[in-house]
Design a protein around this ligand. Structure first.
Ligand code: ADP
Ligand code: TYD
Length: 210
């Protein structure tokens, strides 16, 4: 199926942990070397998945129940896997994902409190066997996330409007996932300077590419 040298990398963490900054820098690194790579963000990445994203982040749907949220994130991902990620990996293109299934386990499982076995069963259906090879978890304290959010000075979307206890559960959920799968996860201190974090990430990618 997938060529052994096509890496699937996911970037995870609570909001404002620096995932997108790093995922884009890594994508640029691939491009500058003419190494075939693709960048995707979740939820999104296909016409259907972007439409689902719009609904998920829209504060009009403040009463959306946790189960509907779980299915919507997973529906967006099922489409992205089949339409974009799997074809890319199958033709040797590395995939860099700004969030993937661990976000659902952390936010809807640990954060919302949906049964983790149910979440994992839905992943099996949605992912079609396409799990990331390496997952970078950017760990930052809740206070740092709030500090960065305040600097950006824009209105919260539906997901960002959660309270502190929610984010604490999400963060410790990620930590639990990383502990459970130490071979896949690389935990990074997201408070370090951007360039330092990028260096660590690129080091581990280069080790896997050679
Ligand atoms: P995320 O994708 O996790 O929400 P972003 O990459 O969009 O996070 O970064 C959120 C904010 O934090 C941005 O304003 C970004 O410039 C800033 N930022 C990113 N990485 C760092 C870092 N290592 N140290 C300080 N600020 C950072
Ligand atoms: P986004 O603007 O992409 O946030 P970020 O820059 O932090 O990635 O919005 C995605 C939001 O949706 C974010 O709050 C995390 C949340 N989310 C889930 O709750 N479950 C999921 O499966 C995914 C992919 C995201």
């Amino acid at each position: 199926m997938t060529q052994p040298n096509a890496l699937f990398l996911s970037f995870e963490g609570i909001d404002f942990s620096g995932k997108s900054t790093q995922a884009r820098l890594v994508y640029e690194w691939f491009r500058q070397r003419d190494i075939p790579a693709m960048f995707v963000r979740e939820p999104g990445g296909t016409a259907l998945s972007e439409e689902i994203r719009r609904i998920l982040l829209d504060r009009t749907y403040g009463t959306m129940c946790a189960e509907a949220e779980l299915f919507l994130f997973s529906a967006a991902r099922a489409q992205l896997v089949r339409e974009t990620i799997l074809p890319a990996l199958s033709s040797g293109i590395h995939v860099i994902a700004d969030r993937f299934h661990d976000s659902t386990t952390a936010y809807q499982g640990y954060g919302r409190g949906i049964d983790l076995d149910a979440v994992r069963a839905i992943h099996r259906l949605a992912l079609n066997g396409v799990y990331p090879h390496i997952t970078f978890f950017f760990d930052i304290p809740y206070e740092e996330s709030r500090r960065r959010r305040a600097l950006l000075n824009r209105p919260d979307d539906r997901m960002e409007a959660q309270d502190e206890t929610f984010y604490l559960r999400v963060r410790s959920g990620y930590a639990a996932l990383a502990k459970h799968e130490p071979d896949r996860f690389i935990v990074l201190d997201g408070c370090r300077p951007v360039e330092e974090i990028t260096r660590t990430i690129l080091q581990s990618i280069q080790e896997r590419l050679t």
